[in-house]
Design a protein around this ligand. Structure first.
Ligand code: GLA
Length: 729
């Protein structure tokens, strides 16, 4: 068992190389003891601190030997209003309007395996892979029974947490805050690392020293967002890619989230992560339960690289689902940047035919195939094939593409409605809105009320009609605007603040229904590029369009930042035309292919317009995708040079196969200068093995490549890239 209990008072959770310990203290308070590298001692109660300065910190009303205060101790799950003034994970408002909370341990349960979270995505595990601990604690005043769930993965340094609150009283109460995890660290010299961004520039890595006070990383947009990602890491100030302590936290949730980190005056760092609380409230009636989503916690004592590899493996094996999760995805060509809205069946067929001849395996028909949509001003919601555009209908086109031995995929943006649409004429009340208030538009569109069953039923049937009409093997599920003017006609006044979470639950229900009805369907998530790149989406769609920015140089940053916790197999990456449509930058066809190779590979350009030389390169790139696939997608990733550090002049990463007999190294120059490094120290190889550089025939031993380094002087121009393929000889 990876979970131990000592005399029913101390709980020790051990992964391969991590320990997490907490205890039931005086007054049955849950006290956090330790999280970090593996320790052999079961009880670290010497960590518990008694207040030396007397009265300024409130003391709970139970007899203690000394002056115990929740304000200076490390609490396992912090609550509001009873003396701990730091950020709190839980705040319950009683039926009379008081928002003080106080939870005390009442019992626990330990069992093999991992429970599902009703209605929500989460990692999963067999009884052999993981053990689970449930801690029950009660707020006696309100009757809120709080259950803290901890699942310990035996083969990954990962512990997952989520929380359930049950109303055991005969009066309702409000849950005003419910975070899924809280961890208190004693006297660590931490920095906060997170990935922020914007449309077209997602997941920039930023790392800063913690100041005293609170720092919040959050989204209130109704989606996890381009701007912030539900991933943060606390890292020691001396941590590098392969050295030092890292604690990574990732929320398995698509909606509003918040990670709050507080460094207090006693040098304790507290992190809480969960549903963003200012736009949240949940009225819980007697007997009802509420579940908060899952946080995945990964500890690495060997730097950021190991943390990322743990997330990658866990997500590929224990989060993504369905037949595609570990399977090679088809090389696709998407017509968006090739044609935008201006296409017909012949144009698409000509792209498919040329693509097939060069090694591409699937055609994806993007936006513009339905209703009267010829620009972004209308028709979202009218999911009926536009037969003026696609003469002969969808089936005829799909059959023709299939006859080329190519798969066919299609774009949807189910959650949206255009004010100019048949759907809006029929159901103006289906839009999220507040009566009497103007509706803000974004990309000329509004959002459907996903909390409504009739809306979800309509959307399921629309998608089903398309799916059942033709051999559709892939869907791109887009979402192109955040939520505003939050209101649902179906919810009473006191439940309007439940809206954001109810939206997400409605969305999950529809996705679950769709994936169950079409288990072989490959879905790619998308939200104006990477505006919803979160682990919850990976539960439904094993790949996500990483960014609308397809410029290879920008993609180096974006894919590097995304790799902090998301696996390469989840990142949609396409070769597009130049000058690039987003940045106007010109890069070589080779560079574009080299960067896109490190993702779920594809093309997004008018392939019929390529030169013969470029077509030859497409063939080579497709062959390379198959050749490198096993190492890149099933191997271990090591980041070597960060595009966000030093002089932001270059980037490098590499992948090593699981038996260390093969490696693929990527190096890209962003801005050249005379001092450019030409030696990169590799990682992850077997020091005793000999490797051949397949391009030059040079042979090196693993220790030479890792200690002395590989000479990559071949890349020297702006935007030039090199892929080095090493094989054991
Ligand atoms: C979003 C997506 C793009 C494309 C367009 C279509 O911006 O991110 O890839 O599908 O919508 O409108």
């Amino acid at each position: 068992m990876s979970i131990k209990v000592t005399d029913n008072r101390v709980f020790k959770l051990d992964t391969k190389d991590t320990s997490y310990i907490f205890a039931v203290g005086e007054g049955n308070m849950l006290l956090h003891q330790y999280y970090g590298g593996y320790v052999s001692d079961d009880d670290l109660s010497y960590y518990v601190k008694y207040q030396r300065h007397g009265g300024v910190c409130p003391k709970p009303a139970f007899p203690t030997a000394d002056y115990f205060s929740t304000d200076v101790n490390r609490m396992e799950y912090s609550v509001n209003g009873t003396g701990d003034y730091r950020v709190s994970a839980l705040q319950i408002k009683d039926n009379d309007g008081h928002a003080s909370t106080d939870i005390r341990y009442v019992g626990h349960k330990i069992y093999p395996g991992k429970p599902v979270i009703p209605g929500m995505p989460a990692t999963y595990a067999t009884e052999e892979e993981a053990d689970t601990l449930e801690i029950d604690a009660i707020d006696a005043h309100t009757g809120a029974l709080v259950t803290l769930f901890y699942t310990v993965f035996k083969n990954h340094s990962a512990i997952t947490r989520h929380v359930r609150v049950k109303n055991t009283s005969d009066k309702s109460f409000d849950i005003e805050r419910i975070y899924s995890a809280c961890v208190d660290f004693y006297a660590e010299n931490f920095e906060l690392l997170h990935i922020y961004g914007m449309w077209g520039k997602e997941r920039i890595v930023e790392r800063n020293k913690l100041n005293h006070g609170i720092q919040t990383i959050s989204s209130k947009r109704g989606c996890s967002s381009h701007n912030h990602n539900p991933f943060v890491a606390l890292v020691s100030d001396n941590t590098t890619e392969d050295y030092g302590d890292v604690y990574g936290f990732n929320l398995v949730y698509t909606g509003n989230f918040s990670a709050e980190v507080e460094l207090d005056s006693y040098e304790t760092t507290r992190l809480i992560m969960g549903i963003e609380s200012t736009d949240f409230n949940w009225l819980l009636m007697p007997g009802e339960e509420f579940y908060a989503p899952e946080v995945v916690m990964v500890y690495s004592g060997e730097g950021l690289g190991k943390m990322s590899r743990t997330f990658h493996k866990l997500y590929r094996n224990n989060l993504c689902r369905g037949p595609w999760k570990l399977k090679k995805r088809p090389i696709l060509i998407n017509n968006w940047e090739a044609t935008y809205f201006n296409f017909n069946e012949e144009k698409l067929y000509s792209i498919a035919k040329e693509a097939k001849a060069l090694g591409i395996e699937m055609l994806v028909m993007d936006d513009g195939w339905f209703g009267g949509r010829s620009d972004d001003k209308s028709s979202l919601g009218d999911w009926f094939v536009n037969e003026e555009k696609l003469k002969g209908g969808l089936k005829a086109l799909v059959d023709r593409v299939n006859a080329l031995d190519m798969k066919f995929g299609i774009w949807f943006e189910p959650e949206m409605i255009s004010p100019i649409s048949k759907l809006n004429e029929l159901h103006p009340d289906w839009t999220i809105q507040i009566e009497g208030r103007d509706k803000s538009l974004s990309r000329n569109q509004c959002v459907l009320d996903m909390t409504r069953e009739d809306v979800r039923e309509y959307l399921f049937n629309c998608i089903k009609n398309v799916m059942d009409n033709a051999n559709i093997e892939y869907i791109k599920w887009d979402f192109n605007r955040p939520l505003t003017e939050i209101g649902s006609a179906l919810l009473p006044k006191e439940r309007q603040k439940e809206y954001f979470h109810r939206y997400v639950l409605g969305l999950y229900e529809l996705l679950e229904r769709l994936t169950s009805a079409y288990p072989h369907l490959l879905i790619e998530g998308c939200a104006s590029g990477g505006g919803r790149f979160d682990p919850a989406w990976l539960y439904y769609t094993p790949q996500i369009w990483t960014s609308d920015d397809t410029d290879a140089v920008e993609r180096i940053d974006i894919q590097y930042g995304t790799s902090m916790c998301y696996p390469t197999s989840s990142m949609g990456a396409h070769v597009s035309a130049c000058p690039n449509h987003q940045t106007k930058r010109v890069t070589s066809f080779k560079t574009r292919g080299d960067v896109a190779m490190f993702g779920t590979f594809g093309y997004e350009l008018d392939i019929t317009k390529l030169t013969d030389d470029e077509k030859e390169l497409v063939k080579v790139q497709c062959e390379n995708y198959h050749k490198y696939y096993n190492v890149i997608h099933n191997g271990d990733m090591y980041r070597l040079i960060s595009p966000f550090e030093r002089k932001r002049d270059s980037a490098a990463w590499m992948y090593v196969s699981s038996d260390k007999d093969e490696a693929i190294v990527f190096y890209g120059v962003i801005r050249t200068s005379l001092y450019m490094p030409h030696i990169i120290k590799l990682r992850g190889l077997d020091p005793a093995k000999k490797y051949t550089d397949l391009a030059t025939g040079a042979v090196y031993s693993g220790d030479t490549l890792m200690n002395a380094g590989l000479n990559i002087a071949r890349a020297f121009c702006d935007f030039e890239t090199v892929i080095v393929h090493l094989k054991e000889c």
